[in-house]
Design a protein around this ligand. Structure first.
Ligand code: RB5
Length: 154
């Protein structure tokens, strides 16, 4: 089992999506997940040709919203455009993270179901740390539950 992967992590299907600025980091994270035995739904892109981040943010959001995936990871240059795209789906709570701490708190407090990363902003080790924290943290519920429920009413 790869470092940072637990039995709970392994039960999940994780959808991945990136644009041309993010596909290398996406592929690196994919290898990590596969190494750890996590089922991956890779929705592209698969190469450096210029593509539009909304298409890949939407694809991951659709996969999470439909239940084809339990969680998603989206990557573009900054993580901003693709997180905006994913968050257009009302079932998605995408969190743009630059650290493992943010990723952990995004799960714990916000029940985030999509992790957004900026490949031109964070290094690969920080991204891996954020991914592991995201996958290995559960929503805390309690006082956070009514706040997350309110998000759905906006
Ligand atoms: C692509 O050049 C870049 O604009 C995109 O990856 C992303 O950073 C947008 O938010």
């Amino acid at each position: 089992m790869a470092e940072g992967m637990t039995d709970d992590t392994l039960k999940r299907v994780v959808a991945l999506g990136a644009d041309h600025a993010g596909f290398q980091l996406k592929d690196l994270l994919k290898a990590d997940l596969l190494d750890g035995g996590v089922e991956v739904l890779d929705l592209g892109t698969g190469g450096p040709e210029s593509v539009d981040y909304p298409d890949f943010g939407k694809a991951v959001a659709d996969a999470v919203a439909s239940g084809r995936a339990d969680l998603g990871v989206v990557v573009c240059g900054t993580g901003i455009g693709i997180s905006i795209a994913a968050n257009r789906n009302p079932a998605v709570r995408a969190a743009l993270c630059h650290s493992g701490l943010e990723a952990r708190l995004a799960r714990e407090h916000n029940d985030a179901n999509v992790l957004a990363l900026g490949a031109r902003i964070v290094g690969s080790e920080v991204a891996r740390d954020a991914l592991h924290a995201f996958l290995n943290t559960e929503f805390a519920g309690g006082r956070h539950a009514k706040r997350v429920a309110k998000l759905a009413t906006i």
